[in-house]
Unconditional design. Structure first.
Length: 116
């Protein structure tokens, strides 16, 4: 089974950095477009857009930006979100309601990606 997965990864064409950025932006745009079908206000869409762009920017790594698919890695992705929530509580003293709002935005975005 592992050999099969490894083979499939090798057969996949390598995406250029520019293509990865474009793919990531398309995923964000697709999610943000769901606010229209969910009949949310433009203010809600702008708030989530600003939050998501800032979250991904602030979680960039030494080797480049954090892309949506990397943020969803099974173990590391969850650890990243838990560390983020912990830092908000400890360092910034964010209230429970704000923390819930931020984590809800991430949950909905990652949930959208999971069902694509």
């Amino acid at each position: 089974m592992t050999a099969t997965l490894h083979l499939l990864e090798e057969e996949r064409p390598r995406r250029s950095f520019a293509q990865q950025v474009q793919d990531h932006e398309s995923l964000l745009a697709g999610y943000l477009d769901t606010h229209i079908t969910r009949n949310h206000s433009e203010l809600t869409r702008l708030h989530e857009e600003r939050f998501l762009y800032n979250w991904f920017r602030s979680h960039s790594e030494d080797d480049g930006p954090l892309f949506a698919w990397k943020a969803m890695e099974p173990v590391l992705g969850r650890e990243r979100v838990v560390a983020y929530a912990t830092s908000l509580i400890k360092d910034r003293r964010v209230g429970a309601r704000t923390l819930g709002t931020y984590l809800g935005i991430l949950r909905r975005f990652f949930g959208y990606l999971f069902v694509i």
